[in-house]
Ligand binder design. Structure first.
Ligand code: GDP
Length: 329
């Protein structure tokens, strides 16, 4: 593996090298991890600290809300305005099912053929922690290659939204027109981490639907005030139509406003804190893996399981047994 050549290719923004580098950082093989570390260190050393930071945006919402259609629309508008746009995904469902909820890149048909865009489907690296690690590193590669906007798409599976919120500057939540009781269906946690909310599928061609979306946006804004109180940043709730592209630019403006609100120092601080949180998340994930694969733990696992299921062992005692097996080496 010629890391120096790879770095040079990335710096020149060559797609083949960018793709190879992302494959490298996604790999869990020990010799690849070693090369990936070298690659990322070299990239970090060569980064101009005074250069403007890329805009990192997380985009979430339930399957069918229109995430990929929205990204196709927004991404196309951005590349046409001269931006270089990378699209990454965090889809832990692909780990379990082998198929992914987010699907593949062919969904963003126009954007994927644009020379200013680079779309990469979610890695399927074993765990959410593994996927997050790979995605965060892919983001570094894309930014070193000159992509100034990185969009990270995710579905609301388990902790994936929180994980993505922890690696982006601005978190955009897409939802559909819901009112009253339906609002309850929105995971409360998401309202706590969203920086911008857009009620999607408000097509101008369908005035009734558009009106419904506006009403829903107002209700949602009200609900948000209850959840977030008088926090410094009140997430704007806007409407848009990813399919027609209507008011997608307004969503982008709101993302810009959120960035301005953070300011340069605020953004730098947010990123630094994210790095620290991510460090511990990676350590926890690694420890979890070690625990699962530990020979001593595996040796007593079946017995402990049977004892707990049979009512012969309480959970705290069972946990002690497993931890003792782990500590014994
Ligand atoms: P995802 O699962 O969140 O990525 O959703 P998709 O982007 O695949 O969209 C799901 C379906 O909703 C597709 O049939 C889209 O054509 C449709 N859709 C997406 N955005 C809009 C929109 O703004 N208006 C309308 N009417 N349909 C949309």
């Amino acid at each position: 593996m010629d890391v120096a050549a790879l770095v040079e290719g990335i710096r020149e923004g060559r797609r083949a090298q960018v793709a190879r580098a992302i494959t490298l950082v996604e790999s869990t093989a020990p010799r690849h991890r070693e090369a990936a570390r070298e690659l990322l260190t070299t990239l970090a050393e060569g980064t101009d600290a005074s250069a403007p930071l890329a805009t990192r945006v997380g985009i979430s919402g339930v399957p069918g809300v229109g995430k990929s259609t929205f990204i196709e629309s927004l991404g196309t508008q951005l590349v046409e305005a001269g931006h270089r746009v990378g699209v990454l995904a965090v889809d832990p469902s692909s780990v379990r099912t082998g198929g992914s909820v987010l699907g593949d890149k062919t969904r963003m048909a126009t954007l994927s053929t644009h020379p200013g865009a680079f779309i990469r489907p979610s890695p399927s690296a074993g765990t959410l922690g593994g996927v997050a690690r790979a995605t965060a590193q892919a983001m570094t590669v894309l930014e070193a290659a000159g992509f100034d906007v990185v969009l990270v798409e995710t579905v609301g599976v388990g902790q994936s939204e929180v994980t993505v919120a922890g690696m982006v500057d601005t978190f955009l939540f897409l939802t559909l027109a819901r009112t009253g009781d339906q609002l309850q269906g929105i995971k409360k946690g998401i309202l706590e981490i969203a920086d911008v909310i857009a009620v999607n599928k408000a097509d101008p061609e369908d005035p009734a639907r558009e009106m419904e979306a506006r009403g829903a946006a107002r209700e949602l804004a009200g609900a948000l005030r209850l959840v977030r109180g008088h926090a410094e940043w009140a997430p704007p709730v806007v409407t848009c139509s990813g399919l027609t592209g209507a008011r997608v630019d307004e969503v982008w403006e709101q993302i810009g406003t959120h960035r301005e609100h953070l300011g340069h120092a605020g953004l730098a601080r947010k990123r630094a804190e994210q790095q620290l949180d991510f460090t511990w998340a990676l350590v926890r994930d690694e420890l979890d893996q070690r625990l699962r694969h530990h020979p001593g733990v595996r040796a007593v696992q079946a017995e402990v399981r049977a004892a707990v299921l049979g009512g012969d062992l309480t959970a705290p005692l069972a946990a002690d047994r497993l931890l003792a097996a782990y500590d014994e080496g």
